[in-house]
Design a protein around this ligand. Structure first.
Ligand code: SAH
Ligand code: DHB
Ligand code: MG
Length: 217
């Protein structure tokens, strides 16, 4: 099995379970056209995020790492009727593309994209939050986990993307991103307020994985 097979199966799974979605397709087309990197979550991962957020009845969602707003749209669709999502993004251009994509998806009222470094913006985010998606610079994952936990209500879920990085996560001497992921795992393991697991994935996005953290009641 190779990356080509993983992509073929992702294509099948998405076509089997997910109807065409013009607003999400357009978000990817316009993100590409604006020159953004093609690193949004896959369609089946996006839907998994939506289902997880719906499962906790999310009224307030925090996202760190907006890019073109693809995962943002999935997550905002999970919000309760009075819900709000705040997404933090360092690149002003990414935020601008994202705001257009989010508006086209009919979600402008419920989503706020804030521009700046995640670590600088986190202290200004109002809690309590029900769900967090951490998907920005991986070197800052320890700070992002601590920040999301501080804001979380009991029973909240925190999902962290890209925790496997093609297997690189097992290398203690890896780059700053790998070290950030490993340090985050150490913090999670030592944190009595949470329970967590991490799952490897293959698919259109290659070999990677996500970490699922639940804040105890
Ligand atoms: N969640 C998006 C993908 C995010 S890609 C999706 O799945 O659709 C990672 C994003 O994090 C990029 O847009 C990048 O500009 C942003 N980023 C990088 N460093 C950051 C930082 N220090 N603070 C906030 N965002 C950052
Ligand atoms: C990268 C970032 C991501 O969030 C992702 O899902 C895949 C790749 C990257 O920076 O290469
Ligand atoms: Mg990611």
């Amino acid at each position: 099995m190779s990356g080509k097979d993983w992509s073929r199966v992702d294509g099948y799974l998405v076509s089997a379970l997910q109807p065409p979605d013009p607003a999400l397709d357009a978000a990817l087309v316009d993100s590409d056209a604006a020159g953004l990197p093609q690193i949004a979550v896959a369609a089946n991962q996006g839907k998994m995020l939506m289902l997880l957020a719906q499962s906790v009845g999310a009224r307030r969602i925090l996202e760190i790492g907006t890019l073109g707003g693809y995962s943002t749209i999935w997550l905002a669709r999970a919000l309760t009727a009075d819900g709000k999502l705040v997404s933090l993004e360092y690149e002003a251009k990414h935020a601008e593309v994202a705001r257009r994509n989010i508006a086209r998806a009919g979600l402008a009222e419920r989503v706020e994209v804030r521009v700046g470094r995640g670590v600088d913006l986190l202290p200004g985010v109002e809690g309590p939050i029900d769900f967090a998606f951490i998907d920005a610079d991986k070197a800052s994952n320890p700070e992002y986990f601590e920040g999301a936990l501080r804001l979380s209500r009991p029973g909240a879920l925190i999902v962290v993307d890209n925790v496997v990085r093609g297997g690189g996560v097992t290398d203690p001497a890896g780059d700053a991103n790998i070290r950030g992921i490993r340090r985050m795992f150490e913090l999670i393991a030592a944190e009595p307020r949470v329970e967590a697991t991490a799952v490897q994935t293959v698919g259109a996005k290659g070999w990677d994985g996500f970490c699922l953290i639940r804040v105890k009641d």
